[in-house]
Write a protein that binds this ligand. Structure first.
Ligand SMILES: [Zn+2]
Length: 263
């Protein structure tokens, strides 16, 4: 009788437990079969009723999904895929011209039942573990602050995780990711779906400069609305409605001004 013995690996993050997911392959670099070094971190919520069910799913061959890391509510970190390999967490995605986000990124699944589960807060022990894990990854791969992103940033309209209640400010205070103080909600002019012209063109230019997928067609259509929603989830979570009000536009300006390449 021959037994199949699951292969294992040493964790890249020293404090991580290891549970191997078969859902992985080699990182690709565009059309060539070269290794793409990870230069982006993508954060997700699991969006399932329990953490155990989510971990089982990420390790089940038939799911065809995985992530590099899994962080439970108590802050225990499990590594499923070596960082040198390509985990399958991003799906159909886009950021700053790149479409193979799985090859470019390290994916972290954070246990939380998500929007469908009532948006419960991420416990502090879990957030501390996410911050510690990200700092370790950032130091080893020199990942830019502006490239620590939400799944919803790279797949707006299709994905909404880790959700607008995820504490990006806490992470930034811990040295992870880019954060600017959001402009408070208020009145003033706004842009919404159906609008067109120069102000829409300017809004699209700003969204594209950060990395969002929108056409530069000066028409506020579905893609622009979805990118505004993704931006709001991450950077102006007080209201997520897809309307580019003065608060949204001012916060977006502030974010671009904070990018190293513009300062
Ligand atoms: Zn996700």
């Amino acid at each position: 009788m021959k037994w199949f013995r699951a292969e294992t690996f040493d964790p890249d993050f020293a404090a991580a437990l290891v549970r191997v997911s078969p859902n992985r392959n080699a990182r690709r670099d565009g059309t060539a079969e070269r290794t793409h070094p990870p230069d982006m971190i993508l954060l997700h919520y699991t969006g399932m009723a329990s953490g155990k069910a989510a971990l089982d799913w990420l390790c089940a061959r038939e799911s065809e999904v995985s992530s590099h890391y899994f962080v439970d509510e108590g802050g225990i970190v499990t590594q499923l895929v070596p960082e040198s390999e390509r985990a399958w967490h991003a799906g159909q995605s886009f950021w700053n011209g790149e479409t193979d986000i799985n090859s470019a990124s390290i994916g972290i699944e954070i246990v939380n039942p998500g929007h469908e589960g009532g948006c419960p807060p991420f416990p502090i022990m879990q957030m501390r573990a996410v911050a510690r894990l990200c700092r370790d990854i950032i130091a080893r791969h020199e990942i830019a602050a502006a490239r620590v992103l939400a799944h919803s940033d790279v797949a707006p309209g299709r994905k909404s995780d880790p959700g607008e209640w995820f504490d990006w400010k806490y992470l930034a205070d811990e040295g992870v990711g880019l954060w600017v103080e959001p402009e408070p909600l208020g009145g003033g002019r706004f842009l919404q779906e159906g609008d067109s012209g120069m102000p829409v063109d300017a809004l699209q230019t700003m969204l594209r400069l950060y990395g969002y997928k929108v056409d530069a067609d000066a028409t506020f259509g579905t893609a622009t609305r979805e990118a505004v929603i993704a931006f709001q989830r991450h950077f102006r979570p007080a209201r997520v409605d897809g309307i580019a009000d003065a608060s949204t536009i001012t916060t977006l300006h502030r974010l671009l001004a904070a990018l190293p390449r513009f300062s």
